[in-house]
Design a protein around this ligand. Sequence first.
Ligand SMILES: [Zn+2]
Ligand SMILES: [Zn+2]
Length: 276
Amino acid sequence: MGFKVKFWGVRGSIACPTANHLAFGGNTSCIEVSAGGTKIILDAGTGIRSLGTWFMRKDVQTATILMSHTHWDHINGFPFFAPAFDAGYSFHVMAGHLADDGGIREVLAGQMAQPMFPVPIEAMQGAITYQDFRAGEAFTLPADSRISIKTTPLNHPNGATGYRIEYAGKSFCYVTDTEHVIGKPDENVLGLIDGADLVVYDSTYTDDEFPAKIGWGHSTWQEGIRLCRAANVKRLAIFHHDPDHEDRFMDGIEAEAHLEWDGSIVAREHMRIKLA
Ligand SMILES: [Zn+2]
Ligand SMILES: [Zn+2]
């Protein structure tokens, strides 16, 4: 069955479904990982709505949902994740930044509380379990002990967790949202991504835009390349695109990034990458 990644949402901050965003996609963060017969979902941005429809069509009945953090663009799709409302499905939701802060269930329930949303989290009839851990911990996936997970805290307001998923001798890392310090590579990120086959990295800005955005919690595609080179990573997927970066601008980033390092690609909605 292999080890595969599919992008369902690649945008940061807010969904932007305009004609000028169609080539790269307007939905916010959501990635499907298939490892053998096991499914992992990274984040529940607006991309998870289509993923849910796909799961129901393909009768995929269970998955683990790993949350980077709980800013809106990473959780807004959760109330629209249709299989969660169906008793035939089960999901295990995990997060690493809320162990001391109420826990992941409370935050997801909060976004569905009245008067922000008409239907409470209790309306989800699927068997949904929630688990908090501390970013930095390593564990095997509760659903499948052949899949090992390493995590690290990221540099982001309210905290965020970076993940490394290892299966079948390959490794995939998900590193968003995080801010770098100019000239000082993040040791936590370097340790997490060391030698990885594919790294998805917060590339919200360009190096030119970055100085005006210090403190906003995001990084650049150039920093992604610097980190991946330093850590002997095979491929970088530029991710969490700024909604202000329309398709024409993203085409420019794609060309520039490829010139800079041929291991770099720009993530697009519905793009698939096979790791094993
Ligand atoms: Zn984000
Ligand atoms: Zn964020």
